[in-house]
Design a protein around this ligand. Structure first.
Ligand SMILES: Nc1nc2c(ncn2[C@@H]2O[C@H](COP(=O)(O)OP(=O)(O)OP(=O)(O)O)[C@@H](O)[C@H]2O)c(=O)[nH]1
Ligand SMILES: [Mg+2]
Length: 360
């Protein structure tokens, strides 16, 4: 069976940390120590791209950050269970110049690359809006308000210009709001603290952005802290310390399933208003054979996920239980169950709990 395809779009202005994140994401999950702990590993589908990412990381080790990006790139990563030959999950990731959100293209070629690139981002299942941690640290609430307003305006503009050209843009249905450069915050600062501040200080702007994205149920509920490297002001860069880069793929996977559950719940008119996510999930699992018929196309990987992860594993908060299920799956050669349960476990470990928070 081919791997499950997950498309992730990182939305972030120039300098927010997209390119460094990509290098750190790859490097962290190719480490033998990662494989030991998480029981899965990643490989770049295109080896030359993998080497380019590693090169970028090695330059980070020498304290050299990359230049601003100048073009659109798609990078694909496969996730393999330890000791098994086939990948279970393929993540498609896009990197592009963040100034596309801020400036007019320099020429017609760039205009076309930008149009195509932004459309691709919109087709992804999960969107990550990257708030620049350095800016939030220095400007506080005003920056978050500006970010939401600016992003809402840009999405609106993209929708209008595309409509004028006869094209309909879509936006990801599921969203994660992530704070980059989290190493600039105190060690005890967590995604839960970030969530609290955003909901307390920028609720109006958040509501407006949700309306523009048509994502009232899917934006503003998942929060992450990300740090690709530790780069304290006036001290050396430490590329071996990161936060949340190992939580990202699991968060994307789980968000995709949640989106499908909500979609399925919404399609059933008799659903009670109080129905929980897990009731919805149980329901979806019962109808797993017909799920593809009523879920929108981009959720059709969900039926495959649900065949391999039990509802117990999905709901479990016990890391030891999840790890046992994962090891059992590796012994039996069950590629999908091994990686999927491993990812759910990664959301529940200490790093996952600090870096990821869902408020509803
Ligand atoms: N403290 C800290 N600084 C970071 C981190 N990641 C990136 N930076 C800083 O942010 C700068 C921009 O990072 P990039 O990844 O190049 O930003 P980008 O979003 O790709 O920018 P564009 O390519 O212009 O869109 C870097 O040169 C670093 O100075 C991080 O994890 N921690
Ligand atoms: Mg870049």
């Amino acid at each position: 069976m081919p791997p499950l395809d997950l498309h992730v779009a990182v939305f972030g202005a120039s300098g927010a940390g997209k390119t460094v994140l990509l290098a750190a994401f790859y490097r962290a999950q190719t480490q033998p120590s990662f494989q030991q702990e998480y029981a899965y590993k990643i490989q770049a589908v295109n080896k030359a791209q993998g080497n380019r990412l590693l090169g970028r990381f090695y330059r980070l080790e020498e304290g050299k950050f990359p230049d601003g990006s100048t073009r659109f790139d798609e990078i694909e990563f496969d996730f393999f269970p330890r000791d098994l030959p086939d990948p279970a999950v393929r993540i498609h990731w896009y990197d592009y110049p963040g100034r596309w959100w801020e400036e007019e293209p320099v020429d017609a070629d760039e205009r076309e690359a930008m149009r195509e690139g932004l459309l691709r981002l919109g087709m992804s299942q999960v969107g990550i809006l990257l708030a620049d941690g350095a800016k939030y640290r220095s400007e506080g609430t005003a920056y978050i308000r500006w970010l939401f307003e600016h992003f809402a305006d840009e999405c609106d503009r993209l929708r209008r210009t595309s409509a004028a050209a006869g094209e309909e843009v879509s936006f990801p249905r599921e969203w994660i709001l992530a704070l980059s450069k989290a190493d600039l915050f105190p060690a005890e600062y967590s995604a839960r603290d970030f969530e609290r501040e955003v909901c307390r200080d920028a609720d109006d702007q958040l509501a407006k952005l949700c309306a523009v994205l048509r994502a009232e149920h899917a934006f503003g509920h998942r929060f992450m802290l990300l740090s690709s490297v530790a780069a304290p002001p006036d001290a050396q860069v430490d590329p071996r310390t990161s936060l949340g880069v190992r939580t990202l793929a699991p968060a994307v996977l789980v968000s995709t399933v949640e989106g499908a559950v909500r979609e399925a719940q919404a399609s059933r008119k008799e659903k009670s208003a109080k129905e929980t996510f897990f009731q919805g999930l149980r329901d979806l699992m019962q109808f797993v054979d017909s799920v593809d018929d009523f879920l929108p196309k981009r959720y059709q990987i969900v039926s495959k996920i649900l065949r391999f992860v039990s509802i117990k594993d999905f709901a479990s908060t016990r890391v030891d239980r999840l790890k046992r299920a994962r090891e059992d799956a590796i012994r039996k050669g069950d590629t999908f169950k091994a990686v999927l349960t491993g990812m759910v476990a990664a959301l529940r470990d200490d790093e996952g709990l600090r870096a990821y928070h869902q408020n509803q």
